[in-house]
Write a protein that binds this ligand. Structure first.
Ligand SMILES: Nc1nc2c(c(=O)[nH]1)N[C@H]1C(S)=C(S)[C@@H](COP(=O)(O)OP(=O)(O)OC[C@H]3O[C@@H](n4cnc5c(=O)[nH]c(N)nc54)[C@H](O)[C@@H]3O)O[C@H]1N2
Ligand SMILES: Nc1nc2c(c(=O)[nH]1)N[C@H]1C(S)=C(S)[C@@H](COP(=O)(O)OP(=O)(O)OC[C@H]3O[C@@H](n4cnc5c(=O)[nH]c(N)nc54)[C@H](O)[C@@H]3O)O[C@H]1N2
Ligand code: SF4
Ligand SMILES: [Mo]
Length: 662
């Protein structure tokens, strides 16, 4: 029996592999034996015929790929890189990579190639939370653990659909509810999560800042502020208080679409709850004002002192299995490594550690900027930007201009594969080992369960081959992921708050390591003055406006059994078809107005593109909103590429669209 961990979502469930079968690990604290359908079927995805098993190459994307050898493929990439100025090189990574993959890629690109053009799909996912954590707490630190829901009296879920996106955590929430936990869900849709709630607030999309500002104002006006906590641990209180004296309360409430009675009902629950957790995900992060939405939410916890205490705190739910680990290592182009920035002192420390002199002091291109930057070579690993970036017609035109696109993938049917020149076959989950950090800072290890397919290599080895080809073999000569992890652990000693060096690679499976618990115990924020910062933010209404021509707001999101583009879950052999891949939720009143019947084919279009879907008429969605799941691979032909100006995360959720009969 081998213990490992699920490679899908940020919950990070422990599992056991025994004679070709996967079961939940009952001794593992995160999931206590439970798994969702994705975790259970990980093995099926290893054996599917759509695996990419050989390196492929072609000169032109209009030609077919030809099989090539690893030597020739790596040589072509290395030769091209050597001829390319470093600012024309880009690396596009993923929150699904293991920590060792992330570490080695970051060391190669930032440390030795000397460009910071290395970013990840976490940009489209967690970047708004990362920036807000840094601004409010001084570092990208999540101060809550999943087990805290058992100690909370109230759980507010804002723009998070745990029933579909964090399934095993959702089960835990259900269990806590039976023991008295109250739940409020803030979501324009009545999701399965909202159906579980004591109160569902179906707010208008894009109005969360107004909602949380109304809450902060009420906290101040009705003297629910924890004065002692604020005095000792929080900056900017007087400023915020003064600002809130002049906010247009009626207008703000109107923008949320909630009635005064609904808000008052919420307030009654809120003010009578001793321990409160507010969790959020893409409904807030994926926004042109994503950072501000996070800050408005965090303010409520700083004002009430409901943080750094069991059962309390603002809880950003990470989506991908190792998005958190990637952020720690420094996988974003806007940070260096181990939560460092590009200041002189940080660069000096990291340069000394890596033994290099080439680190650049300017942040690199973000994932959302990379295709527009006229790069000469783009290396994409473990993610499918043509599928996931917004405004896909534009992205397709841009990627076609890049002379060399390299895709490292374990499957052959990504959307990006249509635009690549070289494809390298990666060993997927089950064929490799390495560590990941889940959404509550628990570090665990994926184990190799079967041998790697002959020509597939773990992602870290592929980056190492590139490094060696580029002449950096002296410092890229690792034999195992353990060696990489241990070097990374040494590096975390440079940071004053990352105690990851205390973990032990060999027993991490039996004893998962939770970093950062000392930070909570000390109750000290990670800013220079050890105090958290309040920020006054306002809803600037920056999303695309609906119009007579495009009267609907498009919402997009997850369904329980599918994983994004579906290379691992939309398989003939899986039983995972709990929902259609392609449907469009529309309210009965809107459907009637348009003469659309349930199940009918409909055309959805924006100024950027159009797709065909099937109407699913349901009262679960607000009028003038529609919802299309991300398992529809074409979703991003519709979406807008507006981004938050600080986090560069796209406004995926609020594009203006029209709906027509076909
Ligand atoms: N409209 C809209 N767009 C969105 C979102 C949304 O909510 N709405 N969400 C955004 C968010 S939050 C995210 S995280 C992204 C997700 O978008 P992507 O990251 O593009 O989606 P995935 O399908 O998970 O892509 C993972 C890729 O890795 C490959 N792969 C699997 N295993 C391995 C391996 O071991 N090694 C390598 N090298 N490759 C492997 C898979 O085959 C797949 O092609 O989408 C973003 N785009
Ligand atoms: N089954 C499954 N699970 C997954 C994934 C998957 O592909 N499949 N992907 C993982 C990843 S990478 C991520 S990032 C997470 C995402 O996890 P979630 O963010 O929980 O999942 P989404 O379905 O994107 O849910 C976003 C919710 O926000 C709501 N929303 C939209 N606009 C607004 C708004 O303006 N305000 C509010 N309050 N709500 C709004 C939507 O209606 C939707 O219900 O899921 C992870 N888990
Ligand atoms: S909840 Fe997430 S980590 Fe757990 S089994 Fe399901 S997909 Fe895997
Ligand atoms: Mo994500």
């Amino acid at each position: 029996m081998i213990k490992s961990v699920c490679g899908y979502c940020g919950v990070g469930c422990g599992l056991e592999f025994d004679t070709n079968k996967l079961v939940g690990d009952i001794t593992y604290p995160v999931n206590e034996g439970k798994l969702c359908s994705k975790g259970v079927s990980e093995l099926i995805s290893i054996e599917t015929p759509s695996r990419l098993l050989r390196p492929h190459i072609r000169n032109d994307i209009n030609n077919d790929y030809k099989i090539t050898s690893w030597e020739k493929a790596i040589e072509s990439i290395v030769n091209k890189m050597k001829q390319t100025p470093k600012n024309k090189i880009g690396f596009y990574l993923s929150g699904q990579l293991l920590t060792e993959d992330y570490y080695i890629a970051n060391k190669l690109v930032k440390g030795f190639i000397g460009t910071n053009n290395i970013d990840t799909n976490s940009r489209t996912c967690m970047a708004s939370a990362v920036v807000a954590h840094k601004k409010a707490f001084g570092a990208d630190f999540v101060p809550v653990r999943m087990k805290d829901v058992e100690k909370a009296n109230l759980l507010i879920l804002a723009g998070a659909n745990t029933a579909e996106a964090h399934v095993v955590f959702h089960n835990r929430i259900k269990k806590a509810k039976k023991k008295g936990l109250q739940i409020v869900v803030i979501d324009p849709r009545e999701t399965d999560t909202a159906k579980l709630a004591d109160l569902h607030l179906a707010i208008k999309p894009g109005s969360d800042i107004d909602f949380f500002n109304l809450l902060s104002k009420r906290i101040i006006d009705e003297e629910l502020v924890n004065k002692e906590f604020v005095e000792k641990h929080v900056n900017n209180f007087e400023l915020l208080k003064n600002k809130f004296k002049r906010v247009p309360v009626t207008k703000m409430l109107k923008r949320t679409g909630l009635s005064q009675d609904e808000f008052d009902e919420f307030w009654e629950i809120y003010k009578n709850s001793e321990n409160i957790i507010t969790a959020w995900t893409m409904g807030l992060n994926q926004s042109v004002q994503g950072v501000d939405k996070n800050l408005a939410l965090i303010n409520t916890h700083l004002l009430t002192g409901k943080i750094f205490k069991e059962g309390n705190g603002p809880f950003s739910l990470t989506g991908q299995p190792n998005a958190m680990g990637g952020r720690e290592v420094g996988g974003l182009s806007t940070m260096l490594a181990v939560h460092f920035g590009f200041d002189k002192d940080s660069i000096e420390k990291v340069s000394k550690f890596w033994g290099t002199k080439t680190i650049d002091n300017k942040p690199g291109l973000t994932a959302t900027q990379m295709l527009e930057a006229n790069l000469d070579i783009l290396i994409i690993c473990h993610t499918d930007p043509i599928y996931h970036l917004p405004n896909r017609n534009k992205m397709e035109q841009l990627i076609k201009k890049i002379p060399m696109v390299v895709e490292i993938n374990a499957y052959e049917n990504s959307e990006t594969a249509k635009f690549a020149h070289i494809r390298l076959p990666a060993a997927p989950w089950g064929e490799k080992e390495g560590t990941q950090t889940n959404l509550d800072r628990t570090i665990t290890k994926q184990e190799k369960l079967t041998r790697s397919s002959i020509d597939c290599k773990p992602d870290w080895e592929i980056f190492q081959l590139l490094a060696q080809g580029l002449g950096f073999g002296h410092t890229f000569n690792y034999n195992t992921p353990k060696e990489i992890f241990e070097e990374y652990q040494e590096m975390t000693k440079l940071s004053d708050h990352m105690n990851i060096h205390e973990a032990n690679y060999d027993d991490i499976n039996a004893k998962p390591f939770i970093w950062g618990e000392d930070i909570i115990a000390k109750k000290e924020f990670l800013t220079p003055d050890k105090k958290a910062n309040l920020f006054f933010v306002e809803n600037k209404l920056l999303s695309e406006k609906t119009s007579l021509k495009y009267p609907f707001t498009l919402l997009t999101g997850r369904t329980r059994d599918q994983w994004h583009s579906g290379t691992k879950t939309n398989l003939p052999k899986t039983l995972l078809k709990y929902k259609e891949l392609n449907f469009c939720e529309i309210n009965p009143i809107d459907a009637m107005e348009l003469g659309i019947v349930d199940g009918e084919e409909i055309k959805i279009s924006s100024t950027r593109g159009e797709i065909i879907s099937k109407a699913l008429i349901t009262k679960d969605i607000r009028e003038k909103c529609i919802f299309i799941p991300v398992s529809n691979r074409e979703i991003n032909y519709l979406t807008n590429d507006l981004c938050d100006k600080e986090s560069f995360e796209p406004d995926y959720n609020h594009s203006a669209v029209k709906v027509e009969k076909v």
